[in-house]
Design a protein around this ligand. Structure first.
Ligand SMILES: *Cc1c(COP(=O)(O)O)cnc(C)c1O
Length: 378
């Protein structure tokens, strides 16, 4: 079955005898046992819940993995992931990451004795040189947030396979509709389901997806022990969101391409970072490993005043953090998503007070351009 069909019918789990087309919400914390040492397969909702399990099957199916775990947020998924490592371990990660991931690595992981080195994972040779005897994993976000840098997943997988390291890919920006890292050699896929998967800016969720049985068992043990699981109702909202993932991504991507092109022609706009430009440094790799370029655009305006003005003047577009939903959002990474990243690191990456990030929604493209145009001119 094609991916857009699997978005709608992605789980073969059926818990219902009434014929309900929508999966039921099993709002139950616990489950009765038929007898001693017997179980229906459901004991307690931190471990298993039928609605959440249905969602996990859909995600595993879309990512071509064997197991997916649904978390209460993307950060909950990442915090659980980092429990795979112990004091003394070393992890290499992209140096342009979601700000919350940087905060997790530099504060929580560091406190736990896990050393995380941030580097440009797109530079394969320097990446290879950073590997130490203690290195356990490489964590890649591609394209990166917010600078849209692209890493060749298969090329990194070659290194991690040869050295026995885990390759972890944050696939939030492209979703399995456009990129499936497990099929390119990644061991673990991370998602903020809050973004495109949920798609409606109404629910927080996160995922870890694997295709290896022993990795699945290790993560499931941490999952049931630390307990950051997704609630039945929120699982249902994400199931509903995913049903329209394919058509949303198509519309958002088409619109983003037109808006990126338009932005490039505006006088007050200096640089537009969008993977779909054929002069983008990651264009060829994107074409090779992804089925599309997504709907995220970052751009630099002429000065901080224009940035502030634009954020305060857009009407249809909301000035808000987050991304991937049906509503178009304009974000100021410098003060929002990346505020906790140390200043020197932000400047080095180009995350300045002139940089804005646009998550293109499903509104009509002309209306979005008109809103940006009016805001820029006024
Ligand atoms: C939002 C985001 C996260 C964190 O997810 P939450 O659901 O907000 O906890 C992680 N990675 C990326 C790329 C994100 O955009």
């Amino acid at each position: 079955m094609k991916l857009s069909t699997r978005c709608v019918h992605g789980s073969d789990k059926c818990f219902d005898t009434t014929g309900a087309v929508s999966v039921p919400i099993f709002q139950s914390a616990t489950f009765t046992h038929p007898g001693v040492e017997q179980s229906t397969g459901y004991d307690y909702s931190r471990l298993q819940n039928p609605t959440r399990e249905y969602l996990e099957h859909v995600i595993a199916n879309l990512e071509e993995g064997t197991d997916a775990m649904a978390f209460s947020s993307g950060m909950a998924a990442e915090a659980t992931l980092m429990e795979l490592f112990s004091s003394g371990d070393h992890v290499i990660a992209s140096d342009d990451l979601y700000g919350g991931s940087v905060r997790l690595f530099q504060h929580i992981s560091a406190k736990n004795g896990i050393d995380v080195t941030l580097t440009d994972t797109g530079d394969i040779d320097s990446l290879r040189q950073m590997i130490r005897p203690q290195t356990k994993a490489i964590f890649v976000e591609t394209p990166t947030n917010p600078m849209m840098q692209v890493t060749d997943i298969a090329a990194v997988a070659k290194i991690t396979r040869a050295k026995g390291l885990l390759l972890i890919v944050d696939n939030t920006f492209l979703t399995p509709y456009l990129q499936r890292p497990l099929t390119l050699g990644a061991d673990i896929v991370v998602h903020s389901g809050t973004k495109y998967l949920g798609g409606h800016n109404d629910t927080l969720a996160g995922f870890l997806v694997v295709s290896d049985e022993s990795l699945s068992q290790r993560l499931r043990f941490i999952y049931k022990t630390t307990g950051a699981c997704l609630s039945p109702f929120d699982s249902w909202l994400i199931i509903r969101g995913i049903k329209t993932l394919a058509i949303r991504m198509q519309q958002q991507e088409t619109s983003a391409r037109l808006i990126a092109q338009w932005l490039r022609e505006q006088q007050k706009i200096r640089n537009v970072y969008y993977c779909g430009f054929d002069d983008h440094p990651g264009y060829a790799i994107s074409k090779k490993q992804s089925a599309g370029f997504g709907a995220m655009i970052s751009f630099e305006v002429d000065n901080a005043q224009t940035a502030k003005f634009l954020l305060e003047s857009v009407k249809l577009i909301s000035f808000a953090e987050s991304l991937g939903g049906v509503e178009t959002l304009l974000t100021y990474p410098y003060l929002q998503t990346h505020a906790d990243v140390p200043e020197d690191q932000r400047t080095a990456k180009g995350i300045t007070n002139k940089l804005l990030r646009l998550s293109v929604g499903i509104e009509d493209t002309d209306d979005l351009i008109a809103d940006l145009s009016t805001a820029l001119e006024s």
